[in-house]
Design a protein around this ligand. Structure first.
Ligand code: AMP
Length: 216
């Protein structure tokens, strides 16, 4: 049997937007991912399978070659690094912004700003580049709670509509980066399995281009 090509997808919001795009590229899971408890899925393309992971695990699987290709948010690549990966394609899906946020008109008297985030590396680099002394506090979820509970003065988080911030009395402050999901490829696999991988990249990039053309 041929060794299957494995594509690691990010579960959640990104998965919901990836599946229609992949279907337009002719790659469809044979089972309904949403209702299945399986994690590995055969697809309509022989020898191409999908694995569904949390976003922060996708670069790890692809970097180590356990998956050949991945779909992951740029926020994760910024935070955890893209070492060992090619990033050949912006999929233009799951668009959002990485921002700092806090209460409006907050008057910080502390010598060091307290910043809560799950993106600690991005946060550290952002405040350092602006010459702001910041203590970065790592959280794993519900970033908006940190200023409400006086754990932090600001947060660094993903903002889409801004509804989550507004609902908690906060406002977006500084724009750090525009985010969308990216296709990443294991560097070694790109050489050793070039034909099959470039076939997938081409099919998906045609689907992305078609979407852009019909949105224009
Ligand atoms: P919103 O209330 O629309 O600004 O959405 C904010 C929350 O939704 C954030 O705290 C994120 O956790 C999540 N979110 C929004 N967009 C994305 C995305 N493209 N990828 C991952 N998480 C997102």
């Amino acid at each position: 049997m041929k060794q299957p090509l494995t594509i690691a997808l990010t579960k959640g919001r990104i998965l919901k937007e990836t599946l229609p795009l992949f279907a337009e590229a002719g790659i469809e899971p044979l089972d309904d991912i949403a209702s299945s408890r399986k994690l590995l899925f055969e697809t309509s393309v022989p020898d191409v399978r999908l694995v569904v992971l949390r976003g922060s695990d996708v670069p790890t699987y692809v970097r180590h070659g356990a998956a050949d290709i991945g779909v992951v948010g740029k926020d994760i690549l910024m935070e955890f690094g893209a070492e060992g990966l090619y990033e050949p394609l912006d999929l233009g899906i799951a668009r959002c912004r990485l921002m700092t946020a806090g209460f409006p008109n907050a008057n910080e008297s502390r010598p060091r700003l307290r910043v809560a985030s799950k993106f600690v590396n991005v946060a550290r680099a952002h405040y350092a580049a602006r010459g702001v002394q910041a203590e970065i506090i790592k959280l794993y979820g519900a970033m908006e709670l940190a200023p409400l509970m006086n754990l932090a003065d600001q947060i660094v988080d993903i903002v889409d509509t801004g509804n989550t911030l507004r609902a908690n009395g906060m406002v977006p402050l500084e724009h750090i980066a525009d985010i969308s999901s990216r296709l990443v490829v294991n560097k070694a696999a790109m050489r050793t399995r070039h034909n099959v991988i470039s076939g997938v990249i081409e099919a998906v990039s045609r689907a992305v281009a078609q979407r852009e053309a019909s949105a224009a």
